[in-house]
Design a protein around this ligand. Structure first.
Ligand code: ACO
Length: 317
């Protein structure tokens, strides 16, 4: 027993910030950003929050799955940029869509959507029948907008899937390697009168080249490991949907799979930037709605990010 994907949805805030607009705010250029990352623009929240994006993506997924929110047994949400710690962001989504089931957050940074699918699978094995999973990020809230080395990389958005009892989740491989040196987003405020720690800037800091190397190696190892374990050949994959962090990371990984044509590695980073836990469900929804991802397609998902954490998932759409 595992699950089938019943429907998908995604949502991005309407405000688009192009590389040109960013170049007017900081010392950067469209040429630098596009050639190093593949990013041309990103969507940025103005009045919206991570939970607003999540609620809209969830409603769209429920509509495409023809599912009433009252039918859900569980909701899981992933975020590193939610506007609240309590109530959980998932509880805000539960209220926003009019569901009544249990709800909880999952944090594994950019890999969280895959950790969430594996967690949902466990609940299906325990007898649940319908689960909503959402990745949502307001990354613009956790960036230092004076730091050009990180500010240009991220965007805001949300993606969601409705899952129902079935057999199409074929397997997963998850990995973590605790390290706060390479990728770090502190939360602030040590304000007790006894605390002797300094407050840190609550913004993304990252060693770009270290992340790059980790990302390529992890993605290649995780997909290979999973295919080998499941006895599936590379060329049988219809799609590889990687976490969208950098076009060059995706291309470098793709080169290490000579039997998978390059165009099967989906990339939409030019329009959205890195939306962390939302990037994979947003890509799935975009591919499905455009008709390119078809029922029965064999799909590998691969992600890496803060933690450090990474993983791969194999499913039939
Ligand atoms: N515009 C112009 N110049 C810039 C910018 C910018 N936005 N940012 C950095 N530079 C400069 C640097 O200052 C440096 O200048 P210097 O040589 O004079 O010192 C030069 O460009 C080269 O910088 P590098 O960091 O060496 O550039 P690199 O080619 O490594 O690309 C990048 C940087 C795009 C960040 C790349 O390393 C990368 O994509 N890394 C992986 C990022 C990633 O996967 N993140 C996942 C995050 S998951 C999560 O956060 C939750």
């Amino acid at each position: 027993m595992s699950f089938n994907v019943l429907g998908s949805g995604s949502y991005v805030p309407p405000k688009i910030v192009t590389n040109e607009e960013l170049s007017r705010q900081m010392d950067t250029s469209d040429e630098w950003i596009a050639s190093r990352t593949g990013i041309r623009q990103r969507h940025i929240c103005t009045t919206e929050t991570a939970s607003d994006l999540a609620i809209e993506a969830a409603k769209r997924a429920l509509e495409s799955a023809n599912t009433d929110p009252k039918e859900l047994d569980l909701i899981l949400c992933a975020t590193v940029s939610g506007e609240v710690i309590c109530p959980s962001l998932t509880c805000l989504v539960q209220a926003g869509i009019g569901a009544t089931c249990p709800a909880m957050d999952i944090n594994a940074a950019c890999s969280a959507f895959l950790y969430m699918l594996a967690t949902a699978n466990g609940f299906f094995c325990a007898g649940m029948e319908k689960i909503l999973v959402v990745g949502t990020e307001q990354m613009s809230r956790v960036l230092d907008w004076t730091d050009r080395s990180t500010a240009v990389l991220f965007g805001d958005g949300a993606g969601a899937l409705v899952l129902g009892k079935g057999e199409n989740f074929l397997g997963y491989y998850l990995h973590a390697q605790g390290d706060k040196d390479i990728l770090y987003i502190p939360t602030q405020n040590y304000n007790s009168p006894w605390c002797q720690r300094e407050n840190e800037k609550p913004a993304v800091s990252m060693k770009g080249q270290g992340t790059f190397r980790y990302a390529v190696n992890a993605m290649v190892r995780d997909i290979r490991q999973l295919l080998e374990e499941k006895g599936i050949r590379e060329e049988e994959l219809d799609w590889v949907i990687p976490h969208q962090a950098n076009r060059r990371i995706i291309d470098a990984a793709a080169r290490r799979f000579p039997n998978i044509p390059n165009e099967r590695f989906y990339c939409n980073i030019d329009r959205y930037g890195n939306t962390s836990s939302a990037s994979i469900p947003m890509a799935l929804d975009e591919l499905a709605r455009s008709g390119q991802l078809k029922r029965g397609d064999l799909v590998a998902l691969a992600a890496f990010g803060g933690g450090l954490s990474d993983g791969a998932v194999l499913l039939r759409w």
